[in-house]
Design a protein around this ligand. Structure first.
Ligand code: SF4
Ligand code: SF4
Length: 486
């Protein structure tokens, strides 16, 4: 702020009133909270096509998550992210911090998959595979197992405490905590060998960070899936905020067919729809009761909708019961609804340029990463000049340069390496040319290069080290500089 401005501000008299702020005359003086009171949601269980898909994904993702750390690959865990040793083991692959590019590739693939799925069918990830959805589904199933379905749970929560209520709630908590702890234990099992971890758990000899992460992850699972549930999706998840930017009028979303459903209203099952002044919606509110985020899909697309399809499933069962055509609530696009497209027309419009571009980029990245992994050289070389002496005269009057070469054996077997040099006539390796390095180990090797006196003009000469691994049939060439002093 300029001096003139600050001096003007200094001269303005500021008075602070302690009197309560009065509303303007005629205004409503009601105090309005900016925060909505939380209303507990009791989602009703549902069965149908989308529910089966969700459960299939729950099984698939959890079999992979809980099962993978127990898989063995040779003498070690098949998938292990050993942060201490800075090595990631993924089946036959051992990745080092230098392989960071592959992590970038995985992130790019994940991002484009999300773009693609969202452009095709909205929040597919949220509705079917997101851990928040998956664990909420599991916790809801345990809740139903111990406390019954929606109406029984609502009745019990409203009633006073009895031994039966206490027993059921205790059983639910026990199961929730067991699942949460097992989830936390499994998570840590990806970073520390799970067999060792299990032994440490049995004898309660865990390290402090293992205790912290097991309980932290368990607590997060328990809190998010048991209590926070839809609030995580509504208020905490950033993806919910920007996913609508990836939608367009050809994106498949769960939609209520207003033209067909309205005016909604109850009617007798035997009533003839054509003689009633009503649409197909019987206003049973089941679509609201099954919704895990507690919204009414009949109010149109809302950011709270995670696209799980539960309302579509339940509405189909209602349509079946009253004898109307299914699909009052269904996956469809805005364009399809407006123009009353058939299923085939709708699907043909889903594969539009945007989707094809995402698919092409995704396939290109997957292909590039697969090729890169297939031709990856399983050892790494780093050449460093000895800082102590740039060049010196060695025994026999030869010019000598000293280097240090780091060779990292990224394979899981002992490897033999051979070091040679090229780039100057008569340049030879005067130190040991062959070395053996244990599996997943690295070593600094001092290398002395010698050139006959007056073998080259004074100055810097580009040379190339060749490090070959004969058993692997692969070699690496590294550039360096040989200095001939004046
Ligand atoms: S489930 Fe179907 S029929 Fe029932 S209220 Fe919802 S949209 Fe209407
Ligand atoms: S509105 Fe339907 S699709 Fe959206 S979250 Fe609720 S039940 Fe799932």
């Amino acid at each position: 702020m300029s001096d003139s401005k600050s001096s003007v501000l200094k001269n303005i008299p500021i008075t602070v009133s302690k009197a309560p702020i009065e509303p303007p005359p005629g205004a409503d003086a009601e105090l309005v909270s900016l925060y909505q009171a939380h209303k507990k949601i009791y989602p009703r269980s549902v069965s149908g096509l989308f529910s089966r898909w969700r459960w299939a994904l729950v099984f698939l993702t959890q079999i992979v998550f809980y099962g993978l750390p127990w898989l063995e690959w040779g003498q070690r865990q098949a998938v292990l992210f050993d942060l201490g040793a800075r090595r990631f083991y993924i089946f036959g692959l051992v990745l080092y911090p230098q392989d960071f590019i592959y992590l970038t590739g995985i992130l790019v693939i994940a991002a484009y998959s999300l773009f693609l799925f969202t452009a095709v069918a909205g929040r597919l990830w949220c509705g079917y595979a997101c851990p928040q959805t998956v664990y909420t589904e599991i916790f809801l199933w345990l809740e139903k197992l111990t406390e019954g379905d929606r109406s029984a749970r609502m009745r019990r929560d409203a009633a006073s405490w009895t031994a039966e209520k206490f027993g059921r709630k205790a059983a639910k908590q026990f199961l929730w905590i067991a699942v949460a702890l097992w989830t936390g234990f499994t998570f840590v099992g990806y970073f520390t060998p799970i067999h060792t971890l299990a032994g440490e758990f049995a004898q309660w000899e865990l390290g402090s960070w293992e205790i912290f992460w097991t309980f932290f992850y368990a607590f997060a699972t328990y809190g998010n899936a048991g209590f926070m549930r839809e609030q995580v999706c509504k208020y905490m998840c950033p993806y919910a905020r920007f996913q609508s930017a990836m939608f367009d009028k050809d994106t498949l979303i769960v939609t209520y067919d207003k033209d067909r459903g309205e005016p909604r209203g109850a009617r007798s099952k035997k009533a003839d729809l054509s003689t009633l002044n009503l649409g197909a919606c019987v206003d049973c509110s089941l679509c609201v009761q099954v919704c895990p985020t507690g919204i009414d899909i009949r109010n149109g697309l809302q950011y709270e909708c995670i696209g799980c399809g539960a309302c579509a499933d339940v509405c189909d069962t209602v349509m079946d019961k009253v004898g109307y055509a299914r699909g009052l609530v269904k996956y469809t696009t805005e364009h399809a609804l407006e123009q009353r497209w058939t299923k085939a027309q709708t699907i043909s419009h889903v594969f539009r340029p945007r989707v094809l571009i995402y698919t092409t980029i995704l396939l290109a990245v997957v292909l590039a990463m697969s090729i890169s992994l297939a031709i990856r050289i399983p050892f790494k070389v780093d050449v460093v000049r000895d800082r102590g002496s740039l060049a010196r005269i060695a025994e026999g009057g030869k010019i000598e340069n000293v280097f240090r070469i780091q060779v990292m054996n990224a394979t899981e077997s002992t490897q033999h390496f051979h070091i040679s040099v090229e780039g100057m006539p008569d340049l030879t390796v005067a130190s040991e040319q062959d070395t053996v390095i244990e599996s997943t180990q690295s070593r600094w090797i001092p290398v002395r290069l010698q050139l006959p006196y007056e073998g080259a003009e004074p100055g810097s000469h580009t040379i190339h080290f060749k490090i070959d691994a004969p058993d692997l049939g692969k070699g690496v060439t590294e550039k360096a500089v040989f200095i001939v002093p004046r």
